[in-house]
Design a protein around this ligand. Structure first.
Ligand code: 3PY
Ligand code: ZN
Length: 643
């Protein structure tokens, strides 16, 4: 049809005005562009049909075989259905932030009579339960409803942590586009991200100017509140992230990472230690103090003691507590934190809560009912969750299938997201029987490394060492005795070199010296001081020459954070186009013959695609022709059969 349109275009026939032809006939070129996009999409679907899903970590197909329904939510006063697509959402805490700025916003949150809620469903909950695989389209679909139903929330945690690289690496989507699109739909609830201090959203330190650039982009694209942590509670490393947020004008939530159960006598990380870290963070200047219990080892009594002690010392400091429900005490711990004076606690939508995720939002509201107000309406919260129940089925192929709480978390101290990840890996490798050995060796690896605070990236170091020990059948003594000869995982050597900062109490010796040998030097100061600054102009030139001038500052930030991941993502984008528009069912599972797929490629433009037939393999080329109907017309694509 394009050729036909072109050949019948009068200007084209007359051969007139070539220079203005493009400007005068934009519809023709929009047509080329959308046909091009449609062809790329058919190539993805064709590949899915012939070769199956290429999504890493996918086991089986979604259990949901229909479109998920968007739940209707009701006005609490009138009982009428809220028209979420057309009615503006009620103003929320973001309006306070935009009007008053970060300091006054923090003051007003502190003054709120009660405890507010951060909903982590869009970030940590799916990072912890579904291998971070929830796609943008499924967040966008529920965003208008969420903006209404959770308008009183402190924040939606929706970005950062593992979502950044997983989006490009495994979902073939642009994380910045996700943020921008969500921001447009949710103008009223602050957006929160997780920033790994001087590591940005990567696994070891980056040059300081890379962190500044990344954070400025994140703020500009839609993040309001930055939960900044350092995996070793190394304050020099933490400060890099905090300073970047301050420069960008964001809300700083500098965070203490809570490791292990401080109520157990003799623990390295005890109340005294945490109060000392809190003092130093307060002295550096932060809008909020975060407490991040990444493994879920903060028992209710410890929450009461820790939050209560900080509250007594700093009556005006807003405190935000984060936990995981791995041991099953999440609701009790958050309730205790709220009663001890926490201003904000984290929770996840019910169907996305529990176990390695955050505790259930409705259970927390019920526990606090009549005693502590939260600014949320329990009915609306419940209504939104119907959607997440369906999402759990849609993403069933990424479930680690944890069946219940793991009280052993007080011993192994594995962070929530990592616990499911390790279990999932053990199952996929057919090493289910080695799961107990993995947990046991995780404890041993932690001791070998000097009992460190474990959260990304240091938790990966401990996990990698544990798996290395299991795979190579090494005991604690073997690691110590053979340290100079063994070929340790890179992450372990990075940690020992000092590329993730310095652990409290120093590095384990003589193990560090033996492991590093003459392969690596020992850093004596924070890594960012030695890393050469990123040459942004040179990078821009390089990316322009590879991908053209449509490269944005967001792209540059992605490249600086994950060069290879970004380049691989661009290759896929070139091959398949923007796949974020494809409904998840058909992103993960081939359509059946005759099944209709509806894809909104842009506002007001929908493609209706139907798989018609799969051709025989051509034994000379190894390709198959796959036939589709696209908006009523027959189209075919040639796909290499790799099976
Ligand atoms: C991350 O860094 O991704 C985390 O979720 C740490 O808890
Ligand atoms: Zn977490």
């Amino acid at each position: 049809p394009f050729l036909l349109t072109l050949l019948t275009n009068e200007t084209f026939i007359k051969g007139e005005c070539w220079t203005t032809f493009i400007d005068d006939t934009p519809s023709l070129f929009q047509m080329i562009s959308s046909q091009n996009r449609a062809t790329k999409l058919l190539n993805y679907l064709g590949d899915l049909v012939v070769n199956g899903s290429s999504i890493k970590g996918q086991a089986g197909f979604p259990k949901l075989d229909t479109d998920a329904q968007i739940p209707l939510i009701h006005d609490p006063k009138t009982g009428e259905v809220i028209d979420v697509d057309n009615a503006a959402p009620p103003s929320g805490w973001r309006q306070v932030l935009l009007k008053e700025g970060p300091e006054e916003f923090a003051r007003q949150v502190r003054k709120f009579q009660g405890t507010l809620i951060t909903d982590t469903t869009w970030r940590d909950a799916h990072q912890s339960l579904l291998a971070t695989r929830v796609r943008t389209i499924d967040l966008l679909n529920i965003a208008p409803t969420t903006a209404h139903a959770l308008s009183g929330a402190f924040s939606l945690e929706c970005w950062g942590g593992a979502t950044f690289d997983v989006a490009m690496r495994f979902l073939y989507e642009d994380p910045w586009q996700r943020l921008r699109q969500l921001r447009k739909i949710v103008p009223n609830i602050p957006f929160q991200m997780l920033l790994r201090g001087a590591n940005g959203v990567a696994y070891s330190s980056l040059p300081d100017n890379a962190i500044d650039h990344f954070v400025a982009q994140a703020k500009e694209t839609g993040v309001d509140i930055f939960r900044v942590f350092d995996a070793l509670n190394d304050l020099d490393q933490l400060k890099v992230g905090m300073d970047a947020v301050k420069k960008a004008g964001g809300v700083v939530e500098a965070t203490i990472c809570y490791s292990g159960d401080m109520l157990t006598p003799g623990k390295k990380y005890n109340l005294e230690y945490y109060l000392e870290v809190a003092d130093k963070i307060v002295a550096m200047g932060t809008h909020f103090l975060g407490i991040k219990d990444m493994a879920g080892t903060l028992k209710p009594k410890a929450a009461e003691l820790l939050v209560g002690s900080i509250r007594a010392k700093y009556p005006d400091l807003p405190i935000h507590v984060h936990t995981h429900d791995s041991a099953g005490t999440g609701v009790a711990s958050m309730t205790a934190a709220a009663k001890a004076g926490a201003d904000v606690v984290d929770a996840a939508s019910n169907s996305m809560s529990g176990m390695t995720s955050q505790p259930s939002i409705s259970a927390i509201l019920a526990s606090l009912e009549g005693e502590v107000s939260t600014g949320l309406n329990p009915e609306l919260v419940r209504e939104v969750d119907n959607y997440w129940g369906a999402m759990r089925l849609l993403y069933s192929c990424f479930e680690a299938d944890l069946k219940g709480p793991d009280p052993e978390v007080y011993q192994h101290e594995i962070p929530g997201g990592q616990l499911t990840n390790l279990l999932f890996q053990a199952q996929q490798l057919g090493l289910g029987a080695k799961w107990v050995a993995t947990k046991e060796n995780y404890k041993i690896a932690n001791q070998l490394l000097g009992d460190i605070v474990k959260v990304t990236p240091t938790s990966k170091v401990v996990g990698d060492l544990a798996q290395f020990m299991v795979t190579n059948n090494l005991s604690k003594e073997d690691v110590v005795n053979l340290a100079g000869e063994l070929d340790f995982p890179d992450s372990v050597l990075d940690f020992m070199e000092g590329l993730m900062g310095t652990p409290y109490g120093g590095f384990p010796e003589p193990l560090r010296t033996k492991m590093l040998g003459n392969k690596r030097a020992k850093l004596t100061e924070r890594p960012g001081l030695n890393l050469p600054p990123v040459q942004f102009n040179a990078i821009k030139e390089e990316l322009y020459s590879k991908y053209g001038t449509s490269i944005t500052e967001n792209d540059i930030a992605s490249y600086v954070m994950y060069p290879k991941v970004f380049e691989d993502f661009r290759k896929l984008l070139h091959k398949y186009g923007d796949l974020s528009i494809l409904p998840t069912r058909f992103f993960l599972k081939p359509p059946r013959i005759g099944e209709e797929i509806s894809v909104d490629i842009e506002q007001g433009k929908t493609l209706i695609i139907k798989l018609l037939a799969i051709g025989e393999i051509n034994h000379t080329t190894g390709f198959r022709e796959v036939f589709f109907e696209l908006n009523g017309e027959m189209r075919s694509v040639n796909i290499e059969d790799k099976t």
